[in-house]
Design a protein around this ligand. Structure first.
Ligand SMILES: Nc1ncnc2c1ncn2[C@@H]1O[C@H](COP(=O)(O)OP(=O)(O)OP(=O)(O)O)[C@@H](O)[C@H]1O
Ligand SMILES: [Mg+2]
Length: 629
């Protein structure tokens, strides 16, 4: 046993993902999915111990739970004593008054038991809910710190599944199963002590039966845990798959890819189902073994005890008391074995959550970050920077790249697709660190700065702008959450977006749908520009910021941007050379290197790559014969 269904690599393209088969050690970037594949099978429940720090935060509630737990257990353990008294002394006419007292006592016990159990339940469930809330917040907070390289190798759906499904599992277990386990463990210990006190000889018999009952339960329990973990992994697979393909529903339908996606999603689901069936089969076996072993043992003990009563060495009351305690022990074990599997599942889920928390962000603030000057001038230098992306060690995205941008200067990066232009922005934002060379801001090396502080000085319009579900106003205000409504409108006007926003039925309060699906490409782009303008940072990075605009709107946005650029260091990436003609300096890139730089006219005069690109875009008339190679 123990062989888990093979990893079913599925991706929305319906092709077996080759990444899933490669040796994880060869991938420089960390991936929790590979962690999942490497996890040792069938370890103990140690993972649950990692939840202890979360429990420790609420000592008062823990104390409350413990007190009422002990109280309820104590009260329960008194019941057999009263039963024995009733049987041995109560059933005779002259004791009629005593028997009434015993029944009254029992009633009181019932009341106390009810109150104590309810209070214990409240505290334990409270702790469970609180702990999972903390855990969710921690996991999310940790995810927000991770570098882009983590998300390059991990599917968001996988992470989301851990954040929701696994935390829910932990919650149900801590809030109920753990409570059941705790109560029954206490009951087992208490009832065993009482067994020994009642009839030491018979108790020995119970002890002898003990290993035969317990060992199979432990063995099966472990199996359940391993299977539960891989079952959760498979479930995460399916959510990752669904998330990714549903996000691209139009592409899927346009390429009539539904059948293939349905099939490969089906494969993921069936894989999850198969593992789940194995898990519940083992769980079922566990239940059968537990019930038979436990009640078999009780029957054996009862039989031996009845022999003793027949022989006169034991009273009927003593036997009843003993049997009641034996039933307590047995039913507690039964309950324990029921939730044991659940606890194992929670241990698996906890492990998956701890894996996320254990990932160190690749880009982190140094222990003692240098403070950026209050009025950052916006000077930027790249000094001999060589960089390759973590997932592509053999491919250099930038090679010996050196560039100094003066404060307030406007520099354009141009060059063919894949030349490394956007990569320059990624390094400036310190999403990655270069393998060689250094990047400075106002003379300070980016490695010495807190990345958050560094990024506060940058406004970015990314190549594919991201619009979030929410209103237009929310989306613009994303650039500076404390901006006033007037600032938001001013930024929208500067981005030539005000007009189309006003034309919407709800204006700035219009909801844009998930990822801004209700807007056109050019409208989304203008919102992204407004957002960057609102950010009001000393450095402005524009990556193809106006590529989706018509000529008229582009001219409007360009005009507005030229105001914004005044007094700011601006780097513009553009394929359309018309948009960069006016820049102070144009840097021509190819294959991660700078191949030429200068003003538009100089570069045309030089011939080469720029002149060739210009000729293709403007035609010969404007470029002139000097450009001919
Ligand atoms: N996250 C990434 N992981 C691995 N390789 C990447 C990643 N992003 C970009 N690359 C690679 O790095 C190289 C430079 O990419 P970059 O995005 O900088 O090009 P670009 O000049 O902006 O091109 P375009 O004009 O098409 O936007 C390309 O070969 C690309 O395939
Ligand atoms: Mg790019």
């Amino acid at each position: 046993m123990g062989s888990v269904a093979p990893f079913v690599g599925s991706c929305p393209l319906g092709i077996k993902a080759p990444m899933a088969q490669t040796d994880p050690a060869q991938l420089p970037a960390q991936s929790i999915e590979h962690d999942a594949a490497r996890r040792p099978k069938g370890r103990d429940m140690g993972a649950l111990g990692k939840l202890l720090p979360y429990l420790g935060r609420y000592p008062l509630q823990l104390l409350g739970a413990a007190v009422f737990l002990a109280f309820a257990a104590g009260v329960t353990l008194v019941v057999p004593l009263t039963v024995r008294q009733m049987i041995d002394h109560g059933f005779s006419a002259d004791n009629a008054g005593v028997i009434d007292q015993y029944f009254l006592l029992m009633l009181l016990v019932a009341l106390l038991l009810g109150i104590a159990s309810a209070t214990r339940f409240f505290f334990v469930s409270w702790i469970g809910e609180r702990m999972v809330a903390d855990l969710r917040r921690d996991v999310y907070a940790h995810l927000t710190k991770l570098s882009p390289s983590f998300f390059e190798v991990t599917r968001t759906g996988e992470v989301l599944s851990r954040l929701t499904t696994d935390t829910t599992l932990v919650q149900s277990v801590v809030g109920s199963s753990a409570s059941i386990a705790l109560r029954n463990s206490v009951m087992i210990v208490g009832a065993m002590v009482m067994l020994v006190l009642t009839a030491p000889g018979l108790s020995l018999l119970v002890l002898l039966a003990f290993p035969f009952v317990i060992l199979p339960l432990i063995f099966l329990g472990r199996l359940v845990r391993t299977l539960s973990r891989s079952s959760q992994d498979r479930v995460a697979d399916t959510s990752a798959h669904a998330g990714e393909s549903l996000n691209a529903i139009q592409t899927m339908q346009a390429f009539t890819h539904e059948d293939i996606d349905r099939q490969s999603f089906g494969v993921s689901v069936e894989a999850a189902f198969k593992v789940a069936v194995r898990r519940i089969s083992v769980r079922a076996a566990l239940t059968a073994v537990a019930i038979f072993a436990i009640f078999g043992a009780v029957v054996g003990v009862l039989w031996t005890g009845s022999q003793a009563v027949l022989a006169g060495t034991m009273t009927g009351g003593e036997l009843s008391q003993f049997v009641l305690y034996a039933v307590f022990v047995a039913s507690s074990f039964g309950a324990l074995s029921e939730v044991w599997g659940e606890l194992q599942r929670a241990a698996g889920a906890t492990e998956r959550l701890m894996e996320i928390l254990a990932i160190e962000p690749e880009i982190a603030a140094p222990a003692a970050p240098r403070a950026m000057p209050a009025n950052a001038s916006g000077a930027i230098t790249f000094e001999d920077v060589t960089f390759h992306y973590p997932t592509r060690p053999s491919d250099r995205a930038l090679e010996q790249f050196s560039l100094a941008v003066r404060p307030g200067e406007t520099v354009a990066l141009v060059g063919p697709s894949g030349a490394g232009k956007s990569t320059v922005f990624q390094l400036l934002l310190r999403f990655y660190d270069p393998q060689a060379g250094r990047i400075t801001f106002d003379g300070l090396s980016t490695g010495e700065l807190d990345p958050t502080e560094l990024r506060q000085h940058i406004a970015l319009v990314p190549q594919d702008p991201v619009i979030f579900a929410g209103t237009i106003e929310d989306n613009i205000r994303y650039g500076r959450p404390d901006a006033s409504a007037g600032d938001v409108i001013a930024a929208a006007k500067a981005a030539a977006a005000h007009e189309f926003i006003e034309a919407l039925p709800q204006g700035y309060a219009s909801a844009v749908g998930e990822r801004g699906v209700t807007l056109s490409g050019g409208q989304r782009q203008r919102l992204a520009i407004a957002r960057a303008i609102l950010r009001d940072a000393p450095i402005l990075l524009l990556d193809e910021a106006t590529s989706a605009l018509d000529a008229e709107n582009e001219r409007l946005v360009q005009g507005a941007l030229s105001h914004v650029m005044k007094g700011r260091t601006t780097i513009v990436i553009a394929h359309r050379l018309a948009t960069v003609k006016m820049c102070d300096r144009i840097i021509v890139m190819d294959h991660g290197r700078i191949v030429a730089s200068g003003r538009h006219e100089d570069l045309i005069a030089q011939g080469g790559l720029y002149a060739r690109l210009a000729r293709l875009q403007f035609g010969f008339s404007e470029v002139g014969d000097t450009a001919a190679e």
